[in-house]
Ligand binder design. Structure first.
Ligand code: ZN
Length: 348
């Protein structure tokens, strides 16, 4: 075998072998220059063919051409393979022995967690969740709920008022209770009604460990034809809800009270969740905990939303979600909830 043919065979063999181990585009380019480039050994041999004798040319020529075609085809295949694999494994690698990196993750606010838990229990009793604006018209916050014009709740000391513009048709305020959503809902829907309304409310209060100007309330409204929703229905729903919420049998006690939007009205207490009515420091030895207010919806409220007087009957009740959260998590300062203090929030 003449010298060029031996050289070509060596180049072909080495070229194939090197190509098989190439995994990235830049190494492939180096390979291409070395084996197929203008100054490659193979190209030099091809260029030198013209100096050979016709006999040598006939022997070497086809071998050199074949080697060039083979390497060109293999190069194209390798280029496709590298593009398909797409990753430069010489640079991109994973140290599987490296310690894990802790990714900081946030979570829901304790009040939101509580709202979700309450909504789940009420959903199982057939209630839907409804929402309303936090900035409300005086009409929806007071008038439609049968608050007289001179009711002390409208006073500047109890309610924040928005500075009015003379072009406005209504007087606005940050709502002082979630009962505003009762009005809004009934204006747009006819009974039967079964809704709960969790939401943020605002009171013009001096703050201390048990008073806050912004807190969360929870409202429940159930209305149907006369006789279908009674005080007994309320008691059953309330007992069922609190028993599921605290995970033990809870009793409800009603005491007569007065609210403009309900008639009759009552305050309601639940049996102490800590001492089971034996008496402890939390319930001040009474065995009962004051929870909220409730009553049968005043017919004047039904009239204000466009229902015919006497056509429907139902109950409404509300309580402080923040207060319930304090009881559930045994928190003694109400201000912690709105403080944004991560040391507090991270405990939930
Ligand atoms: Zn107690």
């Amino acid at each position: 075998m003449s010298m060029p043919q031996a050289k070509i065979a060596t180049l072909l063999g080495e070229g194939k072998k090197e190509l098989a181990s190439i995994k990235d585009a830049s190494t492939l380019l180096t390979w291409e220059t070395k084996y197929l480039g203008r100054k490659s050994e193979l190209n030099e041999i091809l260029k030198g063919l013209k100096d050979l004798s016709p006999e040598e040319k006939r022997l070497v020529g086809p071998v050199a051409q074949h080697a060039r075609e083979t390497l060109t085809t293999l190069h194209q295949e390798a280029a496709k393979r590298i593009e398909r694999e797409g990753v430069d494994w010489d640079k991109e690698w994973i140290d599987v022995t490296a310690p894990g990196e802790r990714i900081p993750a946030g979570h829901l606010h304790p009040i939101t967690l509580l709202e979700n838990e309450i909504a789940d229990i009420f959903a199982s009793l057939g209630f839907g969740v409804w929402d309303g604006p936090e900035l409300e018209m005086e009409q929806n916050n007071f008038d439609s709920l049968n608050f007289p014009k001179d009711h002390p709740a409208r006073d500047m000391q109890d309610t924040f008022w928005v500075k009015q513009d003379k072009h406005w048709k209504h007087t606005y305020l940050p709502r002082t209770h979630t009962s505003t959503v009762q009005v809004r809902y009934m204006q747009e829907h006819k009974p039967p009604i079964r809704i709960i309304v969790p939401g943020r409310i605002f009171r013009n209060e001096a703050t201390d460990a048990s008073h806050e100007h912004t807190f969360h309330q929870f409202e429940c409204l159930m209305v149907d034809e006369p006789g279908k929703v009674t005080v007994a229905t309320f008691k059953y729903i309330a007992e069922t809800f609190f028993s599921r919420f605290f995970g033990k049998k809870i009793d409800i006690r009603l005491r007569p009270s007065y609210f403009p939007f309900t008639e009759p009205s009552f305050e309601f207490d639940i049996s102490c969740v800590l001492c089971e009515r034996k008496g402890c420091s939390v319930c001040q030895q009474t065995g009962w905990l004051e929870i909220g207010g409730a009553g049968m919806v005043n017919q004047k409220v039904f009239e204000s939303v466009g229902y015919k007087r006497g056509a429907y009957q139902g109950f409404a009740w509300g309580f402080g979600l923040t207060r319930l959260a304090m009881m559930k998590y045994k928190i003694t300062d109400i201000r912690l909830f709105m403080s944004g203090d991560l040391r507090f929030l991270k405990q939930f």
